[in-house]
Write a protein that binds this ligand. Structure first.
Ligand code: ZN
Length: 374
């Protein structure tokens, strides 16, 4: 880990802003000094300046004063050569008639490499590149330098594999568009409504709304921002006609016995049907008639159903334990999960068994666990 104690981190989004504030402060100090001769023109972009002086000695004095302002502010100077000087990507040339001409400046290291025509990239981006280069030429070049720059762009694009007709069409389109924009007077523009949904979280939402509208208005003066606050319901509206638990299907259910033994299972059918498979009818009907106080007998007629019930861990348990059977009620079954698919049900069931390890499921666990692994 590094702690930055001076300077700015490269690439930090705040970097250029802070650099600008820093340089701007000292610049103001310097330019307000009375004793020194002021330059004829002073233009700066972050830490790059373009300055015009009456003569060279004024220039040298200015540099000395500039560099004495703060130890971190150390400018180097580049003087005009052959009546020309570059500033950012602009080449400024001095003409005899007390005039300046500007054209696009390319560093000596410029390779002419751009997004190639045959690169795997949206076509629109390539077309836009043509527009971007032409736009820069239009913004920077003096009238008599423009055609030279456009020729240069055409050559660069050809070198990058752009078809001639694509270049011509792209350049023409940009030129017409630019000229049309220049001609049209800024008229009363139509205001467009833009809607944004925001959650309402109290009075702070109103303050945020004001800030948002003001910020958007500063950047896009043709946009009218409309904030629509949304609120979440405090009480979720209950769904109408919710199916009774026993009528629901695709569920994982738990059976909790009178003796506290548990069972977890799943069914894609209605829970009631599954219960009917588990619990012999005479036990269920006894429960519904609520005659639990009378002792349970095992009538012979249940023998036919018995073999079926024996396949169910719950059924077998109730047959083996008359006290449990006596205390059986349908509401000992409850839904513990809902599944979207067989697999989902399997996974849920297996998870519940794994966590709660219900006593009546001891044989089941392994089987279902294997299923999940698949
Ligand atoms: Zn029991």
């Amino acid at each position: 880990m590094f702690r930055q104690i001076d300077g700015l981190a490269m690439g930090s989004p705040l970097g250029p802003i802070l650099a600008n504030i820093f340089v701007g402060y000292y610049e103001g100090e310097l330019l307000s000094q009375r004793e020194s001769a002021k330059p004829l023109l002073y233009r700066r972009y972050v830490d790059d300046t373009f300055v015009i002086f009456r003569n060279e000695s004024e220039c040298d004095q200015f540099l000395i004063r500039l560099n004495s302002l703060h130890p971190a502010l150390q400018f180097t100077i580049e003087k005009e050569r052959n009546n020309s000087l570059s500033f950012l990507d602009v080449l400024v040339e001095k003409r005899n008639t007390n005039k300046f001409e500007t054209s696009v400046f390319r560093k000596p290291t410029f390779t002419g490499q751009y997004l190639r025509w045959n690169s795997f990239s949206p076509r629109r981006r390539k077309i836009n590149l043509i527009g971007t280069l032409v736009h820069r030429a239009l913004m920077i070049c003096s009238g008599n330098k423009l055609s030279l720059e456009l020729d240069c762009i055409r050559k660069i694009l050809l070198d990058n594999g752009y078809p001639e007709h694509v270049i011509s069409r792209g350049m023409e389109r940009k030129l017409t568009q630019f000229n049309a924009e220049k001609r049209t007077e800024p008229t009363a523009r139509t205001i467009k409504d833009v809607y944004i949904h925001l959650p309402w979280i109290g009075p702070i939402s109103t303050r945020f709304e004001k800030q948002l509208i003001s910020a958007v208005g500063k950047c896009y003066d043709t946009v009218k921002t409309n904030v629509i606050f949304t609120t979440t319901q405090l009480l979720p509206s209950t769904r109408k006609d919710v199916l009774p638990a026993l009528q629901q299907s695709n569920v994982v259910y738990e059976y909790r016995c009178h003796c506290d033994c548990g069972y977890v299972g799943r069914t894609s059918r209605r829970l009631q049907d599954r219960i009917n498979q588990h619990v012999l009818r005479f036990i269920r009907t006894r429960a519904s008639r609520d005659v639990r106080s009378s002792p349970l007998t095992h009538p012979l007629k249940i023998d036919a159903d018995r073999s079926k019930a024996i396949n169910s861990a719950i059924g077998k348990h109730l047959l083996d334990n008359p006290i449990c059977a006596n205390n059986y009620r349908d509401d000992r079954f409850r839904i513990v999960g809902r599944g979207r698919s067989q697999f989902h049900l399997c996974a849920l069931e297996s998870t519940f068994i794994k966590i709660h390890q219900p006593k009546l499921c001891q044989q089941k666990e392994f089987v279902y666990h294997l299923k999940i692994v698949h």
